[in-house]
Design a binder for this molecule. Structure first.
Ligand code: DOR
Ligand code: ZN
Length: 359
């Protein structure tokens, strides 16, 4: 008798899983933009996700209940027939945000969270918050009503090395904020460093982090591999390999404080392939295929549903979705770009052979 016959259970476990069915996932961080861009990119997100947190960094930003309601209507109007997608709106915080307006939008279920962009940290953030201490009344109100704060966690001092900006924000702003507002629910969005994941873990009763597909796949060297790769440039910028490995470990750990948020951020080709290109990776069309590939590579397919479909809903106090989606180990290819007016948006991993497909 051979060793394999002595251990039949082990032999079964070694067989690869080629199909996985999970509750329909949600995307807790999406840039849909407006107008022609919204119409072009929304079908890709709505095909993969049941609900999504919609970023408010339009021009002008979404700062009022009325603006959020109107934007939600424009999103629903742009949704192709047959797709079912619920946009969850957010409010863009400014230095002069009124706590009463915040509470009104939350109580009326117009928005589910508020977004803190440190002024100047990223695309369309110049109207954001210049002094976090100055918005203490808003944060206190959010704490009282149980409304989550979503944070773009990067320091804005141009003297700080771009690869250190998340760490600087963590030390100088995030940890103090968590200390001052001990009941505030906080999501660290698009986490990119090992150290911030540990801060989230230390505060996990009311703090979480979203993790993007691209930060699980690329490190900072990929942005310069064989020449400058503008379509891999986003903020926070990808960091060293050790951080990518820490992100993969966190995402696939099953810990409830880590969940899916793509940060899909479309910019037309000319705005990316430019002498001063915009930050943002358009990863919506390949998001689930990329995430499931990572979970497969890490031997953690059993943890995928928690990350994609359960943890974020629990954090936001929502039920998981009723339907399911099936992913299978079958090669697929996504178009290189999605047309918008007479130009296009380049897709993350477009034209690559992806080992997994959405069934
Ligand atoms: O790369 C990014 N793009 N990071 C952000 O925080 C904003 C986003 C955008 O709106 O394009
Ligand atoms: Zn974003």
């Amino acid at each position: 008798m051979g060793v394999a016959e002595l251990f039949p259970a082990e032999r079964q476990e070694a067989k690869p899983v080629d199909r996985i069915t999970i509750r329909r996932p949600d995307d807790w961080h999406i840039h849909l933009r407006d107008g022609a861009m919204l119409k072009a990119v929304l079908p890709y997100t709505a095909a993969q996700f049941a609900r999504g947190i919609i970023m408010p960094n339009l021009v002008p930003p979404v700062t009022t209940v009325a603006a959020a309601q109107a934007y939600r209507e424009r999103i629903l109007a742009a949704l192709p027939a047959g797709l079912d997608f619920t946009p969850l709106m957010t409010c863009y915080l400014r230095d002069d945000t009124d706590p009463d307006e915040i509470e009104r939008g939350f109580k009326d279920k117009v928005w589910v969270a508020a977004k803190l962009y440190p002024a100047g940290a990223t695309t369309n953030s110049h109207a954001g918050v210049t002094d976090i201490l100055g918005i203490a009344p808003v944060l206190e109100r959010m704490e009282r009503i149980g409304m989550p704060l979503l944070i773009h966690g990067e320091a804005t001092d141009p003297e700080i090395d771009i690869f250190d900006r998340e760490a600087a924000f963590m030390e100088g702003s995030l940890i103090p904020l968590l200390g001052r507002h001990q009941g505030l629910k906080v999501t660290v969005e698009h986490a990119t460093t090992a150290e911030i994941l540990d801060v989230v873990r230390e505060h996990r009763s009311r703090c979480a982090a979203t993790i993007t597909p691209h930060h699980l796949v690329i490190n900072r060297t990929h942005i310069f591999q064989g020449g400058l790769r503008p379509h891999l440039y986003c903020l926070p910028v990808a960091k060293r390999e050790r951080h990518r490995l820490a992100l993969r470990a966190a995402a696939t750990s099953g810990e409830a404080c880590f969940y899916l948020g793509t940060d899909t951020a479309p910019h037309v080709r000319g705005a990316k392939e430019a002498s001063c290109g915009c930050a943002g990776v358009f990863c919506g069309p390949s998001a689930l295929q990329t995430y499931v590939q990572v979970f497969d590579e890490e031997g953690a397919l059993d943890k995928f549903e928690a990350f994609a479909s359960l943890n974020g809903a629990r954090f936001h106090g929502l039920e998981p979705n009723a339907g399911t989606v099936t992913l299978e180990r079958r090669e697929s290819r996504i178009a290189e770009a999605v047309a918008v007016d007479d130009t296009a948006v380049v897709v993350f991993r477009g034209e690559e052979t992806l080992p997994w497909s959405v069934a």
